[in-house]
Design a protein around this ligand. Structure first.
Ligand SMILES: Cc1ncc(COP(=O)(O)O)c(C=O)c1O
Length: 395
């Protein structure tokens, strides 16, 4: 048994819990922080931007001094695009490690950017391994950068970025990490895992609201990125240089979102930083997965690959199970879940991140149990094809 987590306030005015990977359920304090208007040019807002950047950098732990943090307006995909456009030079070549939608999106982004790339596509969820990366890099000396997804949110798999990083630097190449859904809950300390740049956004594990992403990169890479980007608004070097010089964002900043995010960062610190936040999410996952398995549901992934961010479950084989109805009945009970993204078998996902604790996750399991009964689903066991699919991961 794990220790009991502090009880978290229920969402504001009875709104449902978002069991989704961002936007997610935020605290009352985060919502409240958006009740004030800020002038983007004003010193108070500049101080907020400064504070936010240094708090984010502090999450890297030892070695943070070699990095800087550059916030970028837009959703997470904008920040990923900014990172790829700014750090993969126009004559560079990237190896993209994909095992789901977000890896494929990085590849698509490079295609839009006109950057050369090679794709290692492992399908819906199989992890890209260090030895595969080493082999591809040995075969193609023109590859300059490797792009890895930390937690591939489309399946919930936690990819082995440590062994990927080792393979990348053993071959003398550079690593860029999309840590969108993991940063803040899973350590990404440069003293443990070497990389040049990573990206995440406001509405993930720090528990802010959507509106901007941020790139955290080595200062020497930021310097060297000058002139790489073909995009004015997504140029990380230009945003960084301007922010360093003036303390301001280049173009209209999402002021309320920044104010909310700063509050979220304070909440993150109060919870014990990355370890505290990751600990709560892990308890959320453990309680929820154990309860769902007791009901007969099966996870796509074995425990080893299950992230504490989001979990994919196979839809039950029972003919009475219809995802749309399951979703609606769960929502009526106060829980918004997420459809699956697997291409081979039907699935759905339950997020573990946001202002929820293990007590809430127990209620989620109870709601799922009641919903199955209302739908007349006798067994939550998946079809045989789903289990065959899963067996591939063990092979
Ligand atoms: C790993 C990963 N990368 C990129 C994105 C894209 O972020 P956004 O939907 O905010 O553009 C997401 C979104 O969930 C994600 O989980």
């Amino acid at each position: 048994m794990t220790a009991s987590a502090p009880q978290i306030d229920p969402p504001f005015l009875g709104e449902p819990y978002l069991l989704t990977p961002g936007p997610l359920t935020t605290s009352y304090e985060v919502k409240q922080a958006m009740l004030r208007d800020w002038g983007s040019w004003d010193d108070d807002f500049r101080a907020m931007t400064r504070d936010m950047r240094s708090r984010l950098l502090a999450l890297l732990g030892e070695g943070a001094g070699a990095f800087d943090c550059v916030p970028m307006q837009g959703s997470g995909s904008f920040a990923v695009e900014a990172m790829l456009a700014s750090f993969v030079p126009r004559d560079g070549k990237a190896l993209v490690l994909a095992n789901g939608a977000y890896g494929l999106r990085s590849a698509q982004t490079l295609q839009y950017l006109g950057r050369d790339y090679q794709l290692l596509d492992k399908g819906d969820y199989l992890p890209p391994r260090g030895d595969e990366v080493a082999q591809i890099l040995a075969e193609d000396p023109s590859i300059t950068h490797v792009v890895a997804i930390h937690c591939e949110t489309s399946s919930g798999i936690l990819n082995p970025v440590e062994e990927i990083s080792e393979a990348v630097y053993a071959a003398g190449r550079k690593l860029l990490i999309d840590s969108m859904s993991a940063f803040g809950a899973i350590e990404l300390q440069p003293s443990q895992i070497r990389y040049e740049a990573m990206v995440s956004s406001a509405n993930k594990c720090i528990e802010g609201v959507p509106g901007f992403g941020f790139v955290i990169a080595r200062k020497e890479e930021l310097e060297a990125a000058k002139g790489n980007s073909h995009s004015l608004s997504l140029d990380v070097h230009a945003q960084w240089a301007h922010m360093e010089k003036t303390g301001q964002w280049r173009f209209t900043p999402p002021t309320h979102v920044v104010a909310a995010f700063l509050e979220a960062l304070k909440g993150h610190e109060a919870e014990g930083g990355v370890a505290g936040r990751g600990g709560r999410y892990t308890r959320n996952r453990d309680v929820m997965v154990a309860g769902m398995r007791e009901l007969g549901f099966e996870t796509l992934l074995q425990n080893r690959w299950l992230s504490p961010i989001i979990v994919t479950f196979f839809c039950p084989a029972d003919a009475n199970f219809v995802f749309g109805r399951f979703y609606d009945l769960m929502k009526e009970k106060g829980f918004i879940i997420y459809p699956g993204k697997l291409t081979v078998v039907d699935s759905f996902r339950v997020g573990c991140i946001g202002q929820m604790d293990e007590h809430v996750m127990r209620q989620v399991v109870t709601a799922a149990k009641e919903t199955l009964a209302e739908m007349g689903v006798a067994s939550a066991a998946p079809p045989a094809a789903a289990l065959e699919e899963r067996a591939k991961l063990a092979a």
